[in-house]
Design a protein around this ligand. Structure first.
Ligand SMILES: Cc1cc2nc3c(=O)[nH]c(=O)nc-3n(C[C@H](O)[C@H](O)[C@H](O)COP(=O)(O)OP(=O)(O)OC[C@H]3O[C@@H](n4cnc5c(N)ncnc54)[C@H](O)[C@@H]3O)c2cc1C
Length: 383
């Protein structure tokens, strides 16, 4: 389908595709197996200038453009969902600074993140606060020139490998959701350490770690926006980043379809290629149609965000929900088309299926996305 991309967007797409196919694809299985952090590829992505796609030009990026980020994320995910999430999670950690940082914070952190020399991460989830983010227990107590952070974040993508973290902590527990605030915390700050690294089903090239704050003194200049804005920062960040998760899902689904089409033409059974069987053809047709519908929703949502529309919670949730459910269905069908070989690690289909699953879970599970969509519908009908 022709999405009428600008010349610049076509260039980003080609560049990301080249990096993905030439540099990522050949090492995707290796990183999946070893779970090493893919620094060599992060360096290539940085050299291709893809880290600054959504960062304003005055801070070293190419302008606040979510569609650019989605296009690049999709192409990278088509080759490896795990490596691509290291890239996308840095955007997740950077958006709060783009959206809510003051001039000094933007000048200090955005250029180095736009260059890809340092990675960012975002931390809200805690062992007892997942879908119910308002249950977070990490505290930030103001003491003179500092806030003192105490608590644990877990399941944090790029945890330990990123240098710059956006952390949501309670500055006033008595105020409930209005008592949370957002902070920029640098790796190396005394009292900030890393705990368990998770052993995961998919996206195994990416690191998922625990962040531990023990009397961690963060300068008061690192407060993002104002005290009490932590959940607004989080929700507005997710509105911008969820189309990126959706783009990751589209890329993973497309990668799996590519594998399935190629295999179906090569595999012979009953004296013919399996692609000549209508049963296989119809599966391929459904997979391609679902991917195109997901892509259209993602691009339309990203364009809506880029137009400056700030009421995008419903559309961002829809894009993430639809694209991730599509990725799960398509990758499962890809495994089916490869038959027994689809189940084996010698072929890439099973990895796409494992990588797809997380897109239905993080940045809010798909149950939570449905709740967000329903809430917006009901609110809208009440008007
Ligand atoms: C690999 C990975 C990377 C991650 N990266 C990050 C990161 O970088 N930063 C970060 O902050 N977090 C991150 N997360 C955390 C992620 O966002 C949470 O895991 C997710 O929001 C779900 O929370 P939970 O795991 O505690 O599940 P729970 O909230 O305990 O949910 C369990 C089940 O109950 C369902 N459920 C819960 N509440 C409702 C409800 N009201 N209605 C219907 N169903 C409901 C859920 O949909 C789910 O099916 C990551 C998680 C993983 C696995």
């Amino acid at each position: 389908m022709d999405y009428l991309l600008s010349e610049e967007q076509k260039m980003i797409q080609e560049l990301a595709r080249k990096v993905a196919q030439e540099k990522m694809r050949p090492v995707a299985a290796k990183y999946d197996q070893t779970e090493e952090f893919p620094w060599e590829i992060i360096k290539v992505i940085a050299e291709a200038d893809l880290f600054g796609l959504f960062i304003p030009a005055e801070y070293g990026g190419m302008g606040t453009n979510v569609l650019n980020l989605c296009i690049a994320t999709e192409e990278l995910s088509r080759a490896c969902g795990g490596i691509a999430v290291c890239y996308a999670a840095s955007a997740l950690g950077t958006f709060p600074i783009v959206l809510f940082g003051n001039e000094e914070q933007k000048k200090k952190y955005l250029p180095v993140l736009a260059s890809g020399k340092k990675l960012a991460a975002f931390g809200i989830t805690e062992p007892e606060a997942g879908s119910d983010a308002s249950a977070i227990k990490t505290t930030a107590k103001k003491e003179g020139d500092h806030y003192v952070l105490n608590g644990i974040k877990h399941f944090i993508t790029n945890g330990g490998d990123a240098d710059i973290y956006t952390i949501i902590a309670m500055t006033d527990k008595t105020k409930g959701a209005r008592g949370a605030s957002a902070f920029i915390v640098e790796k190396g700050t005394p009292g900030f350490t890393f705990g368990k690294k998770e052993d995961k089903l998919g996206i195994r090239a990416s690191s998922t770690r625990e962040l531990i704050f023990t009397d961690c003194k963060v300068p008061k200049e690192n407060l993002l926006s104002k005290e009490g804005m932590g959940f607004i920062v989080t929700m507005k960040t997710f509105d911008m980043s969820r189309p990126g998760v959706a783009a990751q899902a589209v890329g993973i689904a497309q990668g799996a379809l590519d594998v399935a089409v190629k295999y179906s033409k090569e595999r012979q059974q009953f004296g013919k290629s399996i692609s000549s069987f209508q049963g296989i053809q119809w599966m391929l047709a459904d997979m391609a149609t679902q991917i195109e519908a997901a892509r259209a929703l993602v691009y339309a949502t990203a364009r809506m965000v880029d137009s400056g529309n700030t009421s995008v919670a419903k559309e961002s949730a829809m894009a993430k929900l639809f694209a991730s459910d599509t990725a799960m269905r398509v990758t499962t069908d890809a495994v089916q088309i490869l038959g027994g070989y689809g189940y084996m690690k010698d072929y890439p289909a099973e990895k796409y299926m494992r990588d797809a699953k997380i897109t239905q879970i993080y940045e809010g599970t798909n149950q939570i996305q449905r709740s967000i969509i329903a809430l917006q519908l009901i609110k809208g009908m009440a008007k």
